[in-house]
Design a protein around this ligand. Sequence first.
Ligand SMILES: Cc1ncc(COP(=O)(O)O)c(C=O)c1O
Length: 246
Amino acid sequence: MYSFDTGVCGGRVINVPRQADFALDLDAIERAAAVSDARVLFLTSPNNPTGNLTPTADIERLLNLPLLVVVDEAYIEFVSNPQASVSSWVGRYENLAVLRTFSKWAGLAGMRIGYGLLPEWLAEQIWKIKQPYNISVAAQAAAVASLADLDYLKANLAQLLAERERLLPQLQAIRFLEPIPSAANFILCRVRGRNAREIKRQLEHQGILVRHYNNSYLRDYIRISIGRPDQSAALLHALRALETDE
Ligand SMILES: Cc1ncc(COP(=O)(O)O)c(C=O)c1O
């Protein structure tokens, strides 16, 4: 969406590929910033779909660049360590903005409700271009209701994190999968010796939807969302059946 919106606004996108382990390539980002007149750097932590966190030390280094650093923390509520977030740095660094959403942790994806933590100078600019229409009344009501029901939502989050930790070793035990430890509500798995798109298709036949990406970086991967224990059981049952097809 960041590249799409940049295009719509007449901007130019410079993609800097991540390293083989999906860590940011800091040197390459710095080189790209030096040879372009890039004004904004978008980072996501935890990242989608890889699930890895960006170390805050990496973000601190990138904040030295002469551009606005936007850190998308859409999945940060799935991280148990509060030190993983850079939200408390907003204001301390005049070139840092943090984006958050109710879509993931509160399950309000269809409501289109989120927020930004912005330095004051940037908030003033955003007000200038904000349309007079607001987020919908339904979205406001849902967000307020979520905040009033934090204990319930936090208990859901705790269950989801426990399920993620329980599922990981079981996915590791599937011969053709190489799951990547995740800080988000999904686990990206490399598919070894089998066609990832075919695995996605076969799971779909069993009523199990996983994500496959049709691009050169992620062609050999599937992304599995964390669900309830009974859903994990159905997934593992289907994956084990596929193992016997080998
Ligand atoms: C990194 C990241 N940011 C933001 C979003 C979407 O957030 P919202 O629903 O608030 O637009 C997603 C959803 O897939 C995402 O993966």
